[in-house]
Design a protein around this ligand. Structure first.
Ligand code: SF4
Length: 414
């Protein structure tokens, strides 16, 4: 087949069929058109699942672009159609791939691409992709040549320097000292009163590569002038100061008043976020134990690497069945005082898949909220009831989000 100058074929893989193996030579990139694919890697002698990707995801492109062996094994989870593009075709028509990658199943809508979004680019996705917003005064001439403006109006110092520029990590001490000297204010953002589970948000990392179809943050980043870098993950080191600048309430009337959602515009534990960055955020959160800090990820594989402070609530999203296995498997190893499960938006009946909710302290259940082109989607009442029962049987608290509206309001006929 050919489209927009890009030659490709669609290949069908039966459930359990290997698409490629770790170490293979890679000449082809893949786009999931139907079905799901599990990516795994041999770590310390054990085959470890990295991720399960679904419709719209691109994988296998790094080996093609970098001319390197496959870094993972890909296996079809179910009968799966993959758009297959080989290296030569990709080189010949790389720009066309962008439009193709947005041809999704209807539920994914017509969300256009922003620079840096995973499906909008076949650039390698690794630590070097994340930008660091950096005060220009601290740039060396060599760094300045690599810096790209991210246009953050709140500070004339903000520049993006690709993280690959740094050996290990940027000079955090200097950056923090610089902002302290300037008395820069990095307070948390206040949520509106309808958000009754957290009074604040903060985003030391902004932008995300998961590309969820229901991502309102993506639209916010597109619409706000201060996100000139679009939804490309960007680290704002100065925002770490907000954790110590904020004064916690002495007395609270409602639990929300001491809760901060860290990462409402990102996934702090996304696989592209370097470990030092995550650790810096956790260290900053630990400093202010007057607040509880809520973390949520769709990549739970990383969580067990960290020691969480007592004021961290660590959660993972299970919106669809395919996330259940990863959530349960990895949360067994997570060491956090509060562990929570976010089933928002609840898009499938996940309860039957869940074996053991007792490892979670709380399950949050919500709907897909309308926002710009995102349609409202209420879960079926049975899915909610099934999940509620399962949670209660396991001694797990349940929190119904304010956007959940499926409960019947039946009156007897007169
Ligand atoms: S994980 Fe969150 S921030 Fe990232 S794309 Fe999905 S909804 Fe958006």
């Amino acid at each position: 087949m050919s489209e927009g100058g890009l030659d490709y074929e669609v290949r069908t893989f039966d459930a359990g069929k290997t698409v490629f193996r770790e170490g293979d030579t890679g000449r082809e990139a893949f786009l999931v058109k139907r079905g799901r694919v599990t990516l795994s890697r041999c770590l310390e002698g054990t085959e470890t699942v990295l991720e399960t990707v679904g419709v719209g995801a691109v994988f296998g492109e790094m080996a093609v672009i970098g001319n390197a062996p496959r870094s993972a094994t890909a296996v079809a989870e179910e009968e799966t159609d993959l758009v297959v593009i080989d290296r030569d075709a990709l080189k010949a028509a790389r720009s066309s791939f962008e439009s193709l990658s947005h041809r999704r199943e209807p539920e994914f809508g017509d969300k256009p691409s922003l620079p840096g979004c995973m499906t909008g680019s076949l650039d390698p996705i690794d630590d070097s992709e994340i930008l660091v917003a950096f005060p220009t005064e601290l740039l060396t001439p060599e760094m300045a040549r690599k810096a790209v403006p991210v246009g953050v109006p709140q500070t004339q110092y903000a520049m993006g320097v690709p993280a690959e520029h740094f050996d290990g990590q940027p000079p955090m001490g200097e950056i923090i000292a610089f902002y302290q000297e300037k008395n820069r204010d990095f307070s948390f953002n206040s949520t509106n009163e309808n958000v009754d589970w957290a009074a604040y948000t903060t985003n030391p990392v902004c932008g995300c590569m998961h590309d969820c179809a229901y991502c309102y943050a993506w639209y916010q980043a597109e619409g706000l002038s201060r996100y000139k870098q679009g939804f490309q993950p960007t680290f704002f080191p100065g925002r770490l100061l907000g954790f110590s600048q904020m004064t916690p309430p002495e007395e609270i009337d409602h639990p929300r008043e001491k809760n901060v959602f860290v990462g409402s515009m990102s996934d702090i534990f996304g696989k592209w976020v370097p470990e030092w960055m995550i650790q810096a955020i956790l260290d900053a959160a630990e400093q202010n134990d007057g607040f509880d800090h809520l973390f949520l990820t769709k990549f739970p594989q990383k969580l067990s690497q960290f020691d969480f402070p007592d004021n961290a609530w660590v959660g993972t999203t299970v919106d669809k069945k395919h996330r259940v296995d990863l959530a349960e498997r990895h949360f067994e190893e997570v060491d956090a005082k509060v562990k929570w499960l976010s089933c928002e938006p609840l898009l499938e009946d996940v309860a039957h898949q869940l074996d053991d909710l007792s490892m979670f302290d709380c399950a949050v259940i919500g709907a897909q909220q309308e926002y710009r082109d995102i349609e409202e989607k209420q879960p079926e009442l049975d899915w909610v009831i099934n999940l509620y029962r399962k949670a209660k049987e396991a001694g797990c608290k349940v929190y119904f989000k304010e956007n959940l509206d499926v409960f019947p309001k039946e009156l007897p006929q007169v």
